[in-house]
Design a protein around this ligand. Structure first.
Ligand code: CTP
Length: 331
């Protein structure tokens, strides 16, 4: 009889702060190096000690990593560096074969390599870091957008509006003269294929549709999508164009471009397919073309009261995200 092949388990760790499609792409590549992917999410304390305070809490970072479709298991409060002790724990307790990290140097405050032990043990593998995106870059885009809002209060509104709504002028790149929001991301068809499930709905599937901007994809979005997926067998998500988002939220939005937003949504395990550039109104034509049975609307209900720094945590926990039925077709 044929000997059963051993399951290869790989481990990737990280902060996964302000989770973006670069992180998702790292997890995708790590998963491809084995059969099962275990992810260690670095604790708040360890991030503070090694990089400075994270933007997102441990809980939020856990939700984001767990939502990625290539992740099989998540470990909370992982250490920043792979110590010999922790590495042995990975081998014995979690049956890990390889420890994976992006090809960027990961240097500890004392100048040593965070993966030195794994490398020495011959249990280290590397994946290619995704160009054009990082948490720092996203924070930068958000800060520039605050500055831009002030500039936009000056009279020459129309020309600025044109300048800040990226992607709307053909033949121009996503940046502008003042250097605002330059996305270096070049979407290729191959990347979209890598992120796709590659499967359409079964003929008898109940197809649920939800659309939105999904800018700066966060734990609330994940919750809404999970809820939406439970209404049917196939969740189709419409991602609004940059122009639609700008028209609704102002010229400094979205922070992430259409293709960046599409990849983040595609990486989510509750999503079956996305429409890259959906109209803001669901048309009869779309319902027919995609055989949609139910259109859902995501709602964010925020608690009343002033959100000052002190009650911010409380307000966050009272924030409810849910999907409500907008309309049902056919049945
Ligand atoms: N990663 C990647 N491509 C990026 C960003 C991160 O492949 N654009 C990988 C890292 O190499 C690492 C994993 O994602 O293996 C988790 O990264 P993380 O610890 O969150 O930190 P950073 O590398 O600092 O990511 P960022 O700069 O975006 O915070």
């Amino acid at each position: 009889p044929k000997k059963k092949k051993k399951t290869v388990r790989v481990y990737m760790d990280g902060c996964f702060d302000l989770m973006h499609y670069g992180h998702a792409n790292a997890l995708r590549q790590a998963r491809a190096l084995g059969d099962e992917l275990v992810v260690g999410v670095v604790s708040d304390e360890e991030i503070i000690a090694n990089k400075g305070p994270p933007v997102m809490s441990m809980d939020e970072r856990m939700v984001m990593v767990s939502s990625v479709k290539w992740v099989d298991k998540v470990i909370a409060d992982a250490p920043y560096a792979i110590t010999e002790e922790f590495m042995n724990k990975l081998f014995t307790e979690y049956n890990i074969d390889y420890i994976i990290h992006g090809d960027d140097p990961c240097i500890l405050p004392d100048g040593s390599d965070a993966y030195a032990h794994a490398k020495k043990a011959g249990r280290y593998k590397q994946i290619k870091r995704t160009e054009g995106v990082s948490s720092t870059d996203i924070v930068g885009r958000m800060l520039l957008c605050v500055r831009d809002r002030q500039i936009l209060e000056t009279p020459n509104h129309a020309s600025l509006q044109r300048q800040f709504s990226h992607g709307s002028t053909p033949g121009q790149d996503n940046g502008n003269a003042s250097g605002t929001r330059i996305s270096h991301f070049l979407p290729t068809s191959r990347r979209i294929v890598q992120f796709s499930n590659g499967k359409g709905p079964r003929p008898d599937a109940r197809i649920v549709y939800m659309d939105g901007a999904f800018d700066l994809f966060h734990a609330g979005h994940v919750e809404i999508l999970k809820c939406a997926r439970d209404y049917g067998d196939f969740l189709l998500v419409g991602i609004h164009t940059d122009q639609t988002v700008s028209a609704h939220r102002g010229p400094h939005h979205p922070i992430m471009s259409l293709h960046e937003r599409s990849l983040s949504v595609l990486a989510c395990r509750y999503v079956d397919e996305v429409i890259i550039g959906a109209p803001s109104e669901v048309t009869k034509d779309m319902i027919k073309t995609f055989n949609i049975s139910l259109v859902l609307h995501g709602t964010v209900q925020e608690s009343e009261g002033v959100r000052n720094k002190r009650n911010e945590k409380k307000a966050e926990s009272e924030k409810k995200y849910y999907a409500t039925k907008q309309f049902v077709t056919g049945d």
